[in-house]
Design a protein around this ligand. Structure first.
Ligand code: ADP
Ligand code: ADP
Ligand code: ZN
Length: 214
């Protein structure tokens, strides 16, 4: 099973990917996570991507497609892949078709998470994650059970993304509208797009996604 989770910044792609990994043993391929790892490690890719990410603009197609190519090629062919935050442009969608074909895979579902714009800003400005295991939380909608302690690994260190501020979020939403949303009709023509109401609680959204996969 190979699926794309599509949706504007803050729609819940990372949160739902983590659930799919846990429930179905799939692998999450998040170009955002890969890029942040490259920035942290100060690799050539990271050094080139950092300023672009801080502005909320899109990193070049060549960079992100190479990341997906490498990571997918390293996976066992029978493990399902969740593409989280990729593809984001028409060129990336074409790249993905080629990369999938090369690996003997086909695209089963494109799932679009739909969330109101106001809710997106609230989700992004309240987002934080565990510095150790990466578990995703939200100040009000999805806090840790015990104040200041990660539910998953017990760590007491958390972090916030530098691009999760209201100004950058506007640019990221504009990028989504201008470059990412236009790739949907191509997938619609193939009959593989499903829309999920992303405004529900995390477990309700998860059930809606599972219903599509089964
Ligand atoms: P979110 O899901 O909150 O929008 P991501 O973690 O997916 O954020 O992406 C963070 C940033 O990384 C983006 O704003 C962009 O600069 C860069 N990025 C991630 N994935 C891609 C991609 N497929 N193409 C271009 N840039 C990307
Ligand atoms: P994306 O990967 O699409 O940018 P995330 O999965 O990181 O989005 O979610 C953004 C923020 O919203 C996080 O703080 C997360 O805890 C929270 N969140 C995710 N799904 C929901 C939901 N269904 N209801 C309320 N908050 C949510
Ligand atoms: Zn943790």
């Amino acid at each position: 099973m190979n699926i794309i989770l599509l949706g504007p910044p803050g729609a819940g792609k990372g949160t739902q990917s983590a659930g799919l990994v846990e429930r179905h043993g799939m692998k999450q391929l998040s170009t955002g996570d890969m890029l942040r790892a490259a920035v942290k490690a100060q690799t050539p890719v990271g050094l080139e991507a950092k300023a672009v990410m801080d502005r909320g603009e899109l990193v070049s197609d060549a960079i992100v497609s190479a990341l997906i190519d490498d990571n997918l090629g390293a996976m066992p062919v029978d493990q399902g892949a969740i593409f989280d935050g990729y593809p984001r442009t028409a060129a990336q969608a074409d790249d993905l078709d080629r990369i999938l074909a090369k690996n003997g895979r086909t695209l089963d579902h494109v799932i679009e998470l739909e969330v109101d714009v106001d809710a997106l800003v609230e989700r992004i400005t309240g987002r934080f994650s565990c510095a150790k295991c990466g578990a995703l939380y939200h100040d009000t909608a999805n806090p840790t059970s015990e104040d200041g302690v990660c539910d998953v690994c017990g760590s007491t260190e958390f972090k916030r993304r530098p691009d999760d501020n209201e100004e950058t979020v506007r640019t990221r939403m504009d990028e989504y509208r201008a470059k990412t949303a236009p790739i949907l009709p191509g997938y619609e023509a193939r009959g593989i797009v499903s829309r999920v109401d992303g405004m529900g609680a995390i477990d309700e959204v998860a059930s809606a996604i599972d219903a599509i996969l089964n």
